[in-house]
Ligand binder design. Structure first.
Ligand code: DQA
Length: 137
């Protein structure tokens, strides 16, 4: 079993930006915790890009059995990422660290949810872990 943890725009700033919302750990710190949690139950690949097209290409070319995707702000408007998810058979779980429904109104709208297998929002770094668990159960 292989899992791809795919992070989109601005997630490289985790630990530096809006610490009250996203915490003080860097994405590398969080990825290390995810890897430790998954252990030998699955191979983990981690990828982050600020470029929409690179996220699409990663979805197209991934050999993972499941993708855990935090698309960041792309979530709210990227029809390109939505179509990339719809174009592959790999199941994708949408995750958000913050509760996007308790924030600005524009964050309540996701254009990718409809083509994702499931959604985990609002549990901080645990959102990634809960999504991973759904593949491992
Ligand atoms: C986010 C929520 C998005 O609205 C925001 O643009 C992000 C992070 C989250 O993990 O809570 O960059 O996806």
């Amino acid at each position: 079993m292989k899992l791809l943890f795919l992070n989109g725009v601005n997630l490289n700033m985790t630990g530096k930006r809006e610490k009250g919302v996203y915490g003080t750990q860097t994405l590398d710190d969080i990825n290390a915790e995810i890897k430790a949690f998954v252990g030998d139950r699955a191979e983990c690949e981690f990828y982050q890009s600020n470029l929409e097209g690179e996220i699409c290409t990663k979805i197209h070319t991934s050999d993972a059995d499941g993708i855990i995707l935090n698309a960041g702000a792309f979530t709210h408007y990227s029809y390109a990422i939505r179509d990339a998810i719809a174009s592959v058979s790999t199941p994708v779980i949408e995750v958000h660290m913050s509760n996007v429904h308790a924030r600005e109104e524009f964050r309540s709208k996701s254009v990718i949810s409809e083509v994702c297998r499931g959604i985990v929002v609002g549990f901080g770094k645990k959102s990634y872990i809960l999504a991973a668990e759904s593949f491992l159960l």
